[in-house]
Design a protein around this ligand. Structure first.
Ligand SMILES: [Zn+2]
Ligand SMILES: [Zn+2]
Length: 736
């Protein structure tokens, strides 16, 4: 509707003059660049013009860099722009060569440039200007709009942007060196490097000055006569150049109240120099921390030179535009190199649902509360497990508690060890000759985990540290190794091998505790004190961290296969309804070369883990339908599901033992209390049970046992039963 409409501009601007007659028309629409690309565009087009490059290339640049401010679907089609009031408008203005008019002073009042409106505050001037235009008959339409506007962060007073002279650091001249240095900085995680690179590539010059009272005064003095500038670099320099005599010792506090009144003598013309009124932005303070904190170059010269650049800085990722940037700019300007070698980025902590924690939402979990409720170790473990340090953390108390329960499985291993090892237990030398294959495997796993965990720590991957340690402690150590060696540490086991097994367990417990020490310092110390020998360090936190040196990857590979075979055999049992405590006659495995080696080398261990009399590896599946099977990607397990007479008898015996033990427990018998037991079984089982009488007596703590042919002969107040298909046994017993 507005296309071709004539209007009279409020201000004469050069661009409009160049446009001539068209300058007074609405043109739909001029291409405007997206703000940050301004410089890039100017640089590109200048070089291309110099090269005499074709207009095609130029057009392409414009297409990439520019966007249309005027759209056909909203607004009046007229763009209001004020290059003297706001960054985007300033870029637009500079691009089209518009004057940067700023008729507002620092108190928010219009200046002489505003003619008849001079002296009015901007808010009072707005209606006055509209009224004036109405009087002149130049108003097409006047209205109010609601839109977002900047306010003071503290008192919420609306703000207006205006042009003002400031001090800048010229970043362009440092960019190339910073981008090169950034390549060598170890960003953890590595996406930090790209983000920092993008930030620096587009970075504007850095505004260093602020108009405040509190802060570090910018040490620049300007001559009132010739305009010469002097940057003062020390107290000594200030004293030497002062107009009035000064004592260096009296300059203890270099803030505005003391330095603003100091006048210097101009070296060029002899005139009087006064300090500029500005102070540094606090970000500049943060940027010079590495040397300002040590008083360098006035003191601690050696210390600073030894420590600079620092090994690691750690902050949240929003500091890419903040502290990391300030540190980099200051040290590149001062020393030509970055002040840090590695950066660790932290993610923010939110609540369980990913909401920001806030008092008004009532979802704040105070760190102290969390520690008191969950324990310091569980809280630490949580942050070394749940999520990568650089990801946003949705804190969940539930998950933290879950982890603690997992960790307690490891402490059950410690209790298990202490139950079987005498208090003065002296570990034996663990030479390869004395070790069982599961011992070798556990120590190898420990080595591998130590190496991996150390690497994860180095790479700031704390979440992998916690996960790998817990996985080792729970799945490898407790659920696999300890289960495999129960018989080796039982009271009736051979003494020499028992000592070897307990020594392996002790070493693994101690090393695992050391690996956990940075993650769960209190619990690890507790474990260490339980295991500590007189020659050991006083505290776990004095010990070296295990880094791992030699592991047997072949053994780990076949043991991992054995664990999988065991797991699969268990699920096949479940499908066929064969309990794990019932021994079966045969398991057949088909699969890869690794599985063949596993069955071959770990046969005894596997038979006991799967509770089978034999395990074989076959190239082809077994014939017949007497097998129940389960399969995974590259292997299959077949269980002979039919139980023959002997197996059934053994299974029934296990069931009966268990039933009596449970009944004892239910009826409040202590472990040491003995019973008077009588048992009756069906005809097919009777003889077998008789042959197992001694074993049964010791398993259930019976002082006497009578196996009776008739059910009526049973005697006792308490009863237990076991049944397996057609086989059945009943027991009655009394306190002895
Ligand atoms: Zn305010
Ligand atoms: Zn001068």
């Amino acid at each position: 509707d507005l296309d071709g409409l004539k209007y009279e501009p409020l201000l004469e601007v050069p661009q409009q003059r160049e446009l001539g007659e068209k300058g007074h028309s609405v043109i739909l629409s001029l291409r405007i660049m997206t703000n940050k690309k301004y410089k890039k565009h100017v640089m590109k087009s200048e070089t291309e013009h110099a090269d005499g490059a074709a207009g095609e290339k130029q057009a392409k640049v414009e297409q990439e860099e520019f966007e249309e401010f005027v759209t056909m679907d909203a607004g009046s089609g007229i763009v209001h722009t004020a290059p003297g009031h706001g960054q985007t408008d300033n870029f637009v203005g500079r691009h089209y060569g518009l004057p940067q008019v700023c008729p507002v002073d620092e108190h928010g009042h219009l200046t002489e440039k505003a003619g008849r409106f001079a002296g009015l505050s901007t808010s009072d001037a707005n209606p006055a200007i509209v009224d004036f235009l109405k009087e002149e008959g130049k108003v097409m339409h006047s209205d109010y709009f609601t839109h977002r506007a900047a306010v003071c962060w503290r008192c919420k007073t609306p703000l207006i942007f205006r042009l003002s002279p400031q001090w800048y650091m010229k970043v362009d001249s440092l960019k190339e060196a910073i981008l090169a240095a950034n390549e060598k900085i170890n960003w953890m995680p590595s996406f930090g490097r790209t983000r920092f690179q993008n930030w620096i590539a587009d970075r504007e010059d850095w505004c260093l000055s602020q108009q405040r009272y509190w802060g570090i005064p910018i040490p620049i003095w300007v001559c009132g006569k010739c305009g010469a500038k002097k940057v003062v670099g020390s107290r000594k320099e200030l004293v030497e150049n002062s107009l009035k005599p000064l004592e260096e010792g009296s300059l203890t506090d270099l803030h505005r109240h003391s330095v603003d009144s100091i006048e210097l003598k101009c070296g060029a013309c002899g005139g009087t120099m006064r300090r500029v009124k500005d102070i540094f932005t606090v970000w500049f303070d943060s940027g010079v921390t590495p040397w300002a904190s040590l008083g360098y170059p006035f003191k601690n010269k050696e210390l600073f030179e030894k420590m600079f650049p620092v090994a690691l800085i750690c902050e949240s990722q929003d500091q890419i535009r903040g502290w990391f940037d300030a540190l980099m700019l200051c040290s590149m300007a001062a020393f030509g190199k970055p002040s840090y070698q590695a950066v660790a980025l932290m993610g923010w902590v939110l609540d369980e649902k990913g909401e920001k924690m806030s008092k008004s939402l009532g979802n704040v979990i105070n760190a102290r509360e969390g520690v008191e409720e969950l324990g310091a170790d569980a809280s630490r473990l949580y942050y070394c497990n749940e999520i990568a340090p650089w990801e946003v953390q949705n804190f969940s108390k539930k998950n933290a508690g879950e982890l603690l329960r997992n960790l307690s499985i490891f402490y059950n291993v410690l209790s298990f060890y202490r139950m079987y090892a005498p208090p003065d237990f002296k570990p034996v030398d663990l030479t390869p000759a004395v070790l069982a294959i599961e011992d070798k495997w556990l120590l190898s796993r420990l080595d591998t985990v130590s190496r991996e965990v150390t690497e994860h720590f180095e790479k700031f991957e704390f979440h992998m540290v916690g996960r790998k340690l817990l996985d080792f402690a729970v799945n490898d150590f407790s659920r696999w190794y300890v289960k495999r060696v129960r018989d080796r540490v039982s009271p009736s086991a051979p003494e020499q091998d028992k000592r070897v097994c307990l020594s392996v367990m002790r070493q693994a417990l101690e090393t695992t505790a050391r690996l956990f020490a940075p993650v769960t310092p209190f619990l690890s110390e507790y474990a260490f004190q339980q295991l500590r020998l007189s020659k050991d360090e006083k505290s776990i936190h004095y010990c070296t961290y295990p880094c791992g040196n030699s592991s047997d990857s072949e053994l780990e590979k076949i043991m991992s296969a054995a664990m999988q075979v065991t797991e699969l055999a268990a699920s096949a049992r479940q499908e066929a309804g064969i309990k794990l405590r019932w021994t079966i006659r045969e398991i057949i495995v088909t699969g890869s070369e690794t599985h063949a080696q596993c069955i071959n080398q770990l046969n005894t261990l596997l038979c006991s883990a799967c509770n089978s009399l034999s395990i074989k590896f076959l190239e082809k599946p077994p014939a017949g339908n007497q097998y129940v099977s389960a399969s995974r990607d590259d292997f299959k397990v077949y269980l002979l599901k039919t139980l023959d007479e002997e197996l059934k008898n053994t299974a029934l015996f296990r069931e009966l033992t268990r039933a009596i033990q449970e009944s004892r427990k239910k009826n409040g018998f202590n472990v040491g209390e003995s019973i008077l037991l009588s048992v009756h079984a069906d005809e097919s089982t009777y003889e077998f049970l008789k042959s197992k009488a001694t074993e049964l007596k010791s398993a259930v703590g019976a002082a006497t046992l009578s196996i009776v042919p008739q059910i009526e002969e049973l005697s006792g107040q308490f009863e237990a039963q076991a049944q397996l298909e057609e086989k059945k046994a009943i027991a009655k017993y009394n306190k002895s």
